[in-house]
Design a protein around this ligand. Structure first.
Ligand code: ATP
Length: 793
């Protein structure tokens, strides 16, 4: 094994055994986890570049006082650590986004040219216009989805009710021929669900679920492939319509956030890569940094449209999705949210024939007739409900994670995933029918909360309260639970409904369908909250103050807090959607915070759990506990694959071919030392190098390209940069040179090997970095740190 001499006793060196080259090749350990670097025997430079073994104590590099080749005298302090095989193997290779603006010479030239006040004003105005467009288009998509769902659901449930009335004689308490409506119900659920699941599974699997974890990861800086494509939006929209119409226990709100993000990413770039159409507008916004801000605005517009809650939408983005904020962004996001709600209000009010524009959101929870009041002795009760929500939410998250783990393991086939969605849909219908059949809960008409009451098994002038819960969309049921007058349900009905929906929603979230988790969670919470008020009133009839609607709202808040673990945005969303007074914010926040704290004791919120289970390397708000007390030298990767300021095209080509890294420090002053010990003068990205090779931007032929090359040359290929495979082998250009001076980022963030990890973590996260260079006192490269080093080492 090519560990030439034993590492110093204190050194921590986890080596990928497979990566250790044999001595004959003269190559040391390449620590990249994505591919082993192997030297090109024909290339004189490459072996030198890679000639590092664990025996090389880079303290010389770190301290800057030992001669670079003085390997034996190096101190015994560890300076590098190679990723272990297990960590490397178990983590999918998600790439990062470049949220750091590359202020290279080309960029600065552009800035200088446009250094007029008029230009910045124009750019600012365009930015505002884009945010407004995002609000409008997101709302229009939300309206279309909502109207289609409403119309189709209306048709479905009307048909089922007619079928029930035709097949079950109203006075026949033996059940009549409930089999026929049951079969229709199954058919009307299975067909749309199968269609939606097939689309998600076969056309765009990234659209499965709510999309919030993916948007959150994207905003954190992780590149999730295909997340903001038009195709994704189309499949998501159809997926969510079919799932809700099919009657699965989920809602359309989560997907709306994803839809908003896609709209934002699409509009802000002024081109569509899917349709190969460049509208030649908004070119200045074609980079990850700008796009991130728009996506954030799109997410907020999506939430706002979904709930009719502009402030809640903005806070949702702040609390749940955003990793980076500034004051201007808050303003723009709020404007996008307000515009989105306004547009939605306008369109839906017109559609519903209202003349006072009162139709606020997709998830309209209805306004409470009376202002909701509370007494101070109720506060401990709210807290108790919050604790219950935390416990139920934590159990839900853990059960759901187990079910999803089972799915991943035992249902790997595409057809299996579609069948599973169909089975869950059938299971839901069967449970609903069983409830309707076995529970006798007839209520007098007049108090009827549903638009189309079903008489099923009830006397004339009565309606079936169990059927009323099931024969409508889930959000309509939440509305009923909030606003139905006291005595609208039996205790048994709500108990069974809570249990069934809890299990159903748990089995549904994670299916290969587009669905959000907000509605079912609110529904379960509203059911047990209302149940709590009913049971307490039943046991202590003097507790008349326990208004069932109020407790349904508190229950919904508690359950949402227990599953999602959001507090501020959720309370504001609930307030905005129900129109409760500001004074009721206090009870809501008590329930939410108690739920969050109790839930956090057991596990993370469902979105974070999903991110963790999928090994998406998102950076938490704080460094992980095991990193506290560490120094940069304990997590850095070394030796580093570097490129000289003026390097041969052939060498660059070989590096790109043989290693998967996305960032390469640019070094000079490499006389007598290897590149990986050179003096840092910048960093260059793989994507930039590929463009340079593809466009032959060589020193030798600079008179051809220099006048026409600008930052736009690189923006034109954004975001789908070609791969190195698209570059022809450079046999004829073997002697060509690339001068990186004008292309590289000349001011990469550099830290010292002795800096503490929590500190550099904060810098890395706050600036949205992709690579952080570790240097010694002589500004020579000592190592490199990427997001994975903060998570998996
Ligand atoms: P990203 O994947 O975040 O877009 P990347 O591909 O450049 O960026 P990673 O895949 O995160 O880098 O890096 C995997 C490991 O390789 C990390 O431990 C990192 O420190 C190391 N690494 C990254 N770039 C280099 C490099 N140029 N030379 C040597 N090691 C590197």
């Amino acid at each position: 094994v090519a560990v030439k001499s034993s590492p110093p006793p204190t050194a921590v060196v986890d080596i990928l055994i497979d990566d250790i080259p044999t001595p004959s090749t003269g190559v040391g350990v390449g620590n990249n986890n994505s591919g082993t670097l192997m030297p090109d025997k024909d290339d004189d430079d490459l072996p030198a570049l890679l000639d590092h073994t664990p025996s090389y104590s880079g303290n010389s590099a770190v301290n800057g006082n030992l001669p670079p080749n003085d390997r034996d005298n190096a101190e015994s302090e560890p300076i590098f650590r190679v990723r272990s095989r297990t960590a490397a193997a178990s983590t999918p290779n998600y790439e990062s986004l470049d949220y750091e603006v590359c202020e290279n010479k080309l960029f600065q030239d552009e800035q200088k040219k446009r250094l007029t006040e008029r230009f910045s004003l124009r750019k600012d105005i365009i930015r505002w216009i884009i945010f407004i467009q995002i609000g409008i288009i997101t709302a229009l998509i939300a309206c279309s989805i909502d109207i289609i769902i409403e119309e189709l659901s209306e048709l479905k449930y009307m048909f089922l009710m007619t079928s029930v009335e035709k097949n079950v004689p109203q006075t026949d308490f033996t059940g009549g021929d409930l089999v026929v409506p049951f079969l229709y119900w199954i058919l009307l659920s299975v067909v749309p669900v199968a269609f939606g699941a097939a689309m998600v599974t076969y056309i765009e699997p990234i659209t499965a679920g709510s999309g919030i974890p993916q948007v959150k990861s994207y905003l954190n800086g992780v590149k999730i492939p295909r997340i903001v494509r038009i195709k994704t939006l189309a499949v998501k929209a159809i997926g969510v319509i079919t799932s809700v119409v099919g009657g699965l226990a989920g809602g359309k709100e989560g997907p709306m956030i994803h839809a908003g993000a896609v709209v934002a990413a699409g509009i802000s770039q002024g081109k569509s890569t899917t349709f190969v159409k460049d509208f030649r507008v908004f070119k200045a916004f074609r980079d990850d940094h700008e796009k991130r801000d728009f996506v954030l605005g799109g997410g907020a517009a999506g939430v706002s449209a979904a709930f009719g809650a502009p402030i809640g939408g903005m806070l949702f983005s702040l609390e749940e999705a955003a990793s980076f904020w500034n004051q201007n962004l808050i303003w723009r996001t709020l404007v996008a949210s307000i515009i989105s709600v306004f547009t939605l209000n306008l369109v839906l009010s017109t559609y519903h024939g209202l003349n006072d524009f009162t139709f606020t959101g997709l998830f309209n929870l209805g306004k409470f007739d009376q202002p909701l009041k509370f007494d101070y002795f109720e506060l401990p009760i709210f807290m108790l409900l919050g604790i219950t929500g935390g416990l139920l939410g934590a159990a839900w998250n853990s059960l759901n994670t187990k079910i999803n783990g089972f799915r991943k393991r035992y249902i790997p086939w595409k057809i299996g995933k579609v069948c599973e969605a169909v089975v869950v849909a059938m299971f839901g219908v069967t449970l609903a029918c069983t409830m309707i059949y076995f529970i006798n809960d007839c209520r007098p008409l007049g108090n009827d909360p549903t638009i189309h009451p079903v008489q099923l098994f009830c006397e004339d002038n009565e309606y079936n309260a169990v059927a009323a819960l099931w024969f409508q969309t889930p959000e309509a049921t939440v509305r009923s639970l909030f606003h139905d007058p006291p005595g609208s349900h039996k205790i048994l009905t709500l108990t069974m409904f809570t249990i069934v929906y809890y299990v159903l929603s748990c089995a549904t979230f994670g299916l290969n369908v587009s669905l959000g988790v907000f509605i079912p969670t609110a529904l379960v919470g509203a059911a047990w909250g209302r149940l709590f008020a009913m049971v307490t009133y039943y046991l202590f009839p003097e507790t008349e103050f326990l208004h069932p609607g109020k407790y349904a709202l508190i229950g919904a808040a508690a359950n949402l807090g227990g599953v999602l673990r959001m507090t501020i945005s959720l309370s504001v969303i609930l307030m905005e959607t129900t129109g409760v007074e500001t004074s009721f914010f206090f009870p809501l926040i008590i329930a939410l915070i108690s739920a969050k704290w109790v839930g956090d004791y057991f596990n993370e919120g469902i979105y974070d759990t999903q991110i963790e289970v999928n090994h998406v390397p998102i950076l938490p708000w704080e460094p992980l506990p095991q990193y506290k007390g560490l120094k940069a030298r304990e997590i850095l990767s070394s030796p580093v694959v570097c490129i000289k300021l003026r390097d041969s095209a052939h060498y660059i080509y070989n590096v790109l071919k043989k290693c998967d890294h996305n960032g390469f420090p640019v070094v000079d002053d490499v006389q007598g030392v290897h590149r990986s010990q050179g003096r840092v003068c910048g960093i260059v990205l793989r994507s930039q190098l590929i463009v340079i090779l593809l466009k032959s931007l060589y020193v030798e032929n600079c008179r051809f390209w220099l006048p026409d090359t600008s930052i736009q040359t690189f923006r034109d290929v954004y975001p789908r940069y070609p791969s190195i495979e698209s570059v022809r082998k450079l046999d004829d250009k073997i002697r060509y040179t690339v001068d990186l001076a004008m292309f590289m980022n000349p001011s990469p963030v550099r830290v010292n090997a002795h800096d503490s990890v929590p500190r550099i973590f904060q810098v890395f996260r706050a600036l949205g970095l992709r690579h952080m260079l570790v240097i010694n006192n002589e500004n020579r490269i000592a190592g490199i740190i990427t997001r994975r080093d903060f998570i998996y080492k």
